[in-house]
Each structure stands twice: as C-alpha cells, then as structure tokens.
Design a protein around this ligand. Structure first.
Ligand SMILES: Nc1nc2c(ncn2[C@@H]2O[C@H](COP(=O)(O)OP(=O)(O)OP(=O)(O)O)[C@@H](O)[C@H]2O)c(=O)[nH]1
Ligand SMILES: [Mg+2]
Length: 453
C-alpha cells in the first residue's frame, strides 16, 4: 500500500439509495475531483463548502450526474489529507462510473479501511479510536452505540496514555541506575515499589470494570454445581419462579445443562443447571458431568450447592477443591427446612448462604450474595471501560509485566532485569493506542473494516 497515492472509494453501502457518496483522499485529491466537476463561477474551491454542479467525463464531455462536491483541505479532514466527496444520486452503477472515472484520472481504489488507516497514520485518531469507528459502523443496539462512542471520544486512550506516561517515568528512573549507577548510587527499590503497586492497582480496576461491563451487556454466567440430589434444579426453579427443570428424588436426574435468563435488581443473569457431580458408569450421565465441569470453567460465578442433611461433607469439600480456583464461589447449604442450626459448613474461605429451595427461605440473601460476589460496584462513570478483547489482553499483559517487575524489585534484582519487565508492560499498553503497535497488528485491525471507511 503506497501512502502517497490518491485513493478513492464508494463510501455508502452497496445497493440503491437516495444519495451515494464517492470519496477521494490524498495529495492533489481536490484538484483531481475538480477535473470531473463543472460548476458555475470560477472562484477557487473553499474547504468545507458545499458546491453544486455536474459530474462529467472530461474526455468525452458526457454528463453523468448532477451532484454536490465537498472539499476538505488538509489537515482538517477525516484522513488528515486533502479529501473530496461527491454526493451523487444513489445508483450503484452511477457510483461505479464516477469511481472508474476518478481512477482513470489517477486515483486508485482504496483498500478496506484505508481512509481510517491514513487518519491513524496522520495522527487524526489513535488505534483504539480507529477500532471505535468500526464499532460505530457495526453498532446494533443502544449499548453498543454508547460504548463505541465512548471509545471514539478517546476516554480510554487518555487513561492508557496517562498510565503509560507514569510507567515511562518509572522506567526512566530505573534505567538511570543502569547507566549512571556510579554517579547516582544503587537502585533503591523502596522508592519505586509504591508507584509500581499503584499502577498494578489501576490496571486491575480497568480489568474489573471490563468484566463488569461485559456482565451488564451479556449477563453474568452463574453455574449451579454440586453432588447429585442436593437441590440444584430445585434452586434453579425457585430463582426463576417456574418449574423449568425436572426435580425428582432420584440422584442423577439432570443430565444435560439447562440455561435460563433472569435478573437480580436489573443485573442480567444467565443461570446454568448442571448434572450432579459423581463417579458414574452411565455414559449419558458422564457426558452431563463433563458439561457441568465445562460450565464451571466458563462461569463468572459458581453456586456450589450442598445438602445440609447429607452425611460426609468431605465429598463436597473434595469436589469444591477440584473447581477452578480463580472463579468466585458462593456456597449454598440447601434443605434448611430439614436441618437445624448450627448448620453444616464446608469452608470459611467462601461466603456461605443457608437456604431452602423448597420453602424459599434464604433466597433473598442468596440473591444479594450473588450480586456481591459479582463485584459490579467497580463500574464507575469516571473510568473508561475496556470493551475489546484486544484491549483486555494488552492490559492483562501489562499487569503481568508489572507484577514481574514488582517481584524483581522486592527480591533486590539488578535494575536491568527490572527494566525489561517494565518495558514489556509499557509496550503492551502502547498496543492499545497504537503508540507501540507493529505493522502486522495495525494491518490486522484495518483489514476488518469495510471498503470506503
Ligand atoms: N426438603 C427439601 N427438599 C428439597 C429441597 N431442595 C430440593 N429438595 C428435594 O431434593 C430432591 C433432589 O432435588 P433436585 O433439585 O432434583 O436435586 P439436583 O441437585 O438437581 O439433583 P441432580 O439433578 O440429580 O443432580 C428432590 O426430591 C427435591 O424435592 C429443600 O430445600 N428441602
Ligand atoms: Mg437436577
């Protein structure tokens, strides 16, 4: 892709429309556009003015359309280059003719996303904002529109920039100790540790916000996990307020995973009832148990249900230990109507709620415990939300680098070792805004765009 070419493309979607727009960008784009545009008067075109005239073939004189032309002089244009837009009647055939004409006179057809790529390369927007342009074009709901606009506004970019700058300050003082240790003495980790910790904390807040944002958009995935017959399906039905899942006194009733949606105080929840976990010779049940493990792995929250009246809590504890350690859990002691205080508990490490799926006792407390465990409070207005997987991965890598650097500092490692991890974190952050993105990453992002954008 040559950056000095004049590029042209139909900017409106394929198909007939009221109007159709053909856009040209590059050095000399406005002069090129003028060659196929006839208007009254001969004063030079002014930027950001709308001109009425005809589009014609300069070789044959044939008029193609009566149209509008809008010139945008560099740098005050979308791409930061000279840009001209023809607003024609929306005939796909006509628009193709105008495009061909422009190409005959020296432009070339633009690649997908090339206008926005040039805007990025010319510093009109950063990488995250360019992604927001694609989000805006694809937005299909109010929530998507809002998050695309927030990203486009540059809130996230500013926050990342702020963090990058702070990190760069730390890197500078660490590297000073590599180069000038004779003059300024040995690196004193104590002076740097608090600032590294503070950065880690801020990245963690961003990640939590990302999780909260996704949960509010898509619903929290909450998995009901436990031994057979403890009352998982009964609890599902109680929370939904309907007899959705089959409940029997036979252990191993639920085979397939059941997925249902409901809300707690407006928070969307996707709840999954699963097969009770136990060693089983039954093939169907085994498959169900496998699915239960998968559901546990993908869950935002695990409700670990146990039967207060059942003997041998060690079996429950063993199952609990085999669940993904990172996933938050609420332990749910069920069948309180058959049991008497003090109620049996499994471990003090996780919050426990005592309920009866049969009578409904304790369900309000359980709903509150679910909301608490999901930790949605961190979704503040003042911090930007990470909505792209790419951005989340970059922040995760930055955080990992900082944790590594923190460990090295605490272990009294030499400054060059610390600097490597700090640099890695800095580069990861830079990938979000594009400050440190390589060509391959940039190309991959812009390939996702449509032609004409
Ligand atoms: N007394 C009492 N019985 C309950 C309660 N919750 C469930 N049960 C009974 O316990 C038995 C098993 O309930 P289910 O909801 O099918 O249990 P499950 O955990 O889904 O079992 P599997 O699908 O086999 O893993 C049924 O007979 C229920 O009526 C409760 O709170 N109190
Ligand atoms: Mg069941």
């Amino acid at each position: 892709m040559n950056r000095s070419d004049i590029i042209a493309a139909i900017a409106t979607p394929p198909g007939e429309g009221g109007i159709g727009i053909v856009r040209v960008s590059g050095v000399g784009a406005i002069e090129l556009a003028e060659r196929l545009f006839q208007r009254r008067g001969c004063k030079p075109l002014q930027s950001h003015r709308v001109y009425f005239g005809t589009v014609h073939d300069p070789d044959t004189g044939r008029v193609l359309d009566r149209a509008l032309l809008i010139p945008f002089r560099a740098p005050h244009s979308y791409t930061g280059e000279d840009v001209a837009e023809f607003h024609c009647h929306g005939s796909p055939y006509l628009l193709r003719c105008v495009l061909e004409l422009l190409c005959r006179l020296g432009a070339r057809p633009a690649e997908p996303g090339e206008f926005t790529l040039r805007a990025f390369l010319n510093g009109k927007l950063d990488l995250a904002q360019a992604e927001a342009v694609a989000d805006l074009i694809r937005a299909r709901s109010d929530a998507q529109l809002r998050s695309a606009l927030a990203l486009h506004e540059g809130k996230l970019s500013q926050q990342i920039q702020h963090l990058s700058d702070a990190l760069l300050g730390i890197i500078a003082s660490v590297e000073a100790h590599i180069d000038f240790s004779e003059e300024i003495g040995e690196l004193e980790p104590q002076t740097l540790i608090p600032s590294v910790q503070s950065l880690i904390q801020q990245l963690e807040t961003l990640l939590q916000g990302a999780r909260a944002g996704r949960i509010l958009r898509e619903g929290a995935r909450v998995a009901l996990i436990g031994r057979p017959n403890v009352g998982k399906s009964s609890l599902l039905n109680a929370l939904l307020g309907e007899e959705r899942a089959i409940v029997t006194e036979v252990p191993g009733t639920t085979r397939d995973t059941i997925e249902e949606s409901f809300q707690i105080e407006g928070v969307p929840i996707v709840i999954l009832d699963t097969a009770g976990l136990r060693a089983s010779a039954d093939v169907v049940e085994q498959m169900g148990i496998e699915r239960a493990h998968r559901a546990a792995k993908q869950a935002d929250l695990i409700l670990f249900v146990y039967d207060l009246t059942a003997p041998d809590k060690e079996v429950d504890r063993e199952l609990l230990r085999r669940l993904p350690p990172e996933t938050p859990k609420v332990l749910v002691g069920n069948k309180a109507d058959l049991s008497r205080p003090p109620f049996a508990t499994l471990t003090a490490d996780e919050p426990t709620v005592i309920i009866s799926a049969l009578t409904g006792a304790g369900l309000d407390a359980l709903r509150q415990a679910i909301l608490n465990a999901l930790q949605l409070a961190c979704l503040g207005e003042e911090t930007a939300t990470l909505t792209h997987q790419r951005h989340i991965h970059a922040v995760q890598r930055a955080k990992a680098g900082l944790l590594q650097a923190l460990e090295s500092l605490q272990a009294g490692m030499p400054p060059d070792i610390v600097a490597i991890d700090l640099r890695g974190a800095w580069l990861a952050l830079g990938e979000i805004t594009g400050a440190s993105a390589d060509d391959e990453l940039v190309n991959r992002i812009f390939r996702e765009f449509c032609i004409g954008k």
